[in-house]
Design a protein around this ligand. Structure first.
Ligand code: F6R
Length: 262
């Protein structure tokens, strides 16, 4: 794992955008794993503004609320269309979001796993982190080997996501269909972005704490190619930052990112 600390949110987002663009440029037919949430809104806005072509890409989103139809204004399908898919040249048929409205959720979960395999697996998986330590909607005690399945959301997550539901946690659906931790760990590369002071404590637990199903995001420590990008606020409780900064400041792989103007 590498931890990159940028001075502010803008520069953390820019670095993640650059990582994604480099991957798509090297591999125009890349399969991307995508996340939703407030943190990613800026990433998608900048990807759209960059004009990078998604024409050859396939995408798989991490999760979807159970019980919301794809055209529900609060669904993650709507989020993705609004923030990214409607503004880039991706073929809509190549964009996948779990079907939280399926009559048979277990079958939908199996189909989603099979579709990822059929696409050749995920080349780059973008991740956010919830204050409950989730990646996707893998709430505490999610098995580190879990696959796509339905999951009950914690009260903490429902409070975190209430803003998108008129500020009312009771309006946030109680369950979601989410890739499992094991599904996420199968991706070739993970890029986790966390910004803002509300994420400082959970980022420190995920990156430097023990690997535990109580903090699903800690499982990324087991991934051989994982980058965690944070701004100063989200990095606030990290103990090892001297070393992380040393790596970013000296390793050749980061040279073009160091000299990035913003
Ligand atoms: C959503 C997802 C979640 C979010 C996380 C952070 O698809 O996978 O794990 O990334 O809840 O959300 P924000 O960015 O809203 O703090």
């Amino acid at each position: 794992m590498e931890v990159i600390i940028r001075p502010d949110t803008e520069r953390a987002v820019n670095l993640v955008v650059k990582l994604i663009i480099s991957r798509i440029t090297e591999m125009p037919n890349a399969t991307l794993g995508l996340a939703t949430g407030r943190t990613m809104e800026r990433v998608y806005a900048k990807l759209v503004a960059s004009g990078v072509s998604f024409a050859g890409c396939h995408t798989f989103n991490l999760d979807e609320y159970i019980g919301l139809s794809p055209d529900d204004p609060d669904s993650y399908r709507t989020y993705m269309n609004t923030h990214l898919f409607d503004h880039v040249d991706i073929d809509p048929a190549n964009t996948h979001v779990p079907n939280g409205n399926a009559a048979d959720i277990k079958a939908a979960a199996l189909e989603y796993e099979a579709a990822i395999v059929d696409a050749g697996g995920i080349n780059l998986q973008l991740l956010g982190i919830g204050t409950a330590g989730h990646i996707g909607f893998n709430e505490p005690l999610s098995s580190i080997m879990s696959r796509t399945r339905d999951k009950a959301l914690t009260p903490t997550t429902r409070v975190q996501n209430a803003e998108m539901f008129g500020g009312d946690p009771d309006r946030v659906p109680k369950r979601a269909l989410t890739m499992g931790v094991g599904t996420i760990l199968d991706a070739q590369e993970l890029v986790l972005l966390a910004t803002g002071p509300a994420k400082a404590s959970i980022v420190a637990k995920a990156v430097e704490g023990p690997i535990t199903s109580m903090v699903s995001a800690s499982a990324i420590q087991m991934h051989p190619n994982c980058k965690v990008v944070v701004d100063e606020d989200a990095a606030d409780q990290l103990q090892g930052r001297e070393y992380y900064d040393f790596i970013f400041d000296n390793e050749p792989e980061w040279e073009s990112y160091r000299t990035q103007k913003t």
